[in-house]
Design a protein around this ligand. Sequence first.
Ligand SMILES: NC(=O)c1ccc[n+]([C@@H]2O[C@H](COP(=O)([O-])OP(=O)(O)OC[C@H]3O[C@@H](n4cnc5c(N)ncnc54)[C@H](OP(=O)(O)O)[C@@H]3O)[C@@H](O)[C@H]2O)c1
Length: 287
Amino acid sequence: MRVVVLGAAGQLGRELVRVLPSAETIPLARADLDVGDTRAVAARLDALRPDVVVNAVADNRVDVAEQDPAAATAINATAVGAIARACAAANAFLVHVSTDYVFDGRAHRPYAEADAPAPLGAYARSKLEGERLARLAPRHAIVRVAGLYARGGSRGKGGSFVDRVLARARAGEVLRVVDDQVTAPTWARDVAGTLAALLPRWAAGTAPGGIFHLTNAGACSWYAFARAVLQEAGVAATVEPITSAALAAPAPRPAYSVLADTRLAALGIPPLRSWDAALRAYLAAPD
Ligand SMILES: NC(=O)c1ccc[n+]([C@@H]2O[C@H](COP(=O)([O-])OP(=O)(O)OC[C@H]3O[C@@H](n4cnc5c(N)ncnc54)[C@H](OP(=O)(O)O)[C@@H]3O)[C@@H](O)[C@H]2O)c1
């Protein structure tokens, strides 16, 4: 099974490349293929003839997208259309990664795969449009994740949320963290592990495609998560809960974006462990 991983240098991409069999995995980072170049996407996927393409690329600059929605749309939507068309031409299975932000967060129970999206901001709209375009690949899965963290974080962010909390605490800063956004913080390694189990079945056509929700189980606010990080790591610091209104970020964010996985059990795949167990494992992991 030849698997192309797009966005291979990102948080999820790195974890996927780590877990997939190296002899059959083709990791492509931005320097190898700029997915904004739709002709290059078509040519490269045509040449590689993969069985599966995982698109872990995103323009995740949620706040920047409010000022520059075209940049987000180019990568999170238009490029996905090009990837999906190339997958269709190569008869490859497309696994496209999406987000909890497609929901507006007004629910009081976890969102199921079948719930209607209602994106709040420009980034979220671009990701929902990406989901629509991913369906141009006749064989596809749309995998929504949330609150991802991984060692090293995303480029330019100074480490993952967990590592930034620890760094600031150790520097003696008082931390102010939003307490009115509830999600499921998720270790990208856990998503990668479950995807590794699903990919061969998707490639072989023995598991159904469509939308999947993949997050660590349970939910908490970012404030509660920051406190858990400090407690688990044994680092003392003052953490103050603040509201999203006080933070005044340019992009609106869902107040409650917990995703319910209602499909894995039918495939005999266990749910991801709880967010606090995953956090402990992340903190204990040597790399
Ligand atoms: N992070 C979260 O909390 C979160 C939450 C919900 C959903 N998601 C979704 O999960 C997926 C993976 O997120 P992540 O946290 O792993 O993101 P990430 O760390 O930002 O990785 C995304 C990767 O995409 C690459 N990329 C951006 N523009 C590109 C282009 N034009 N051509 C090729 N590559 C390009 C980036 O390269 P550079 O490093 O060079 O910029 C980066 O390596 C995305 O679909 C995201 O929307 C993430």
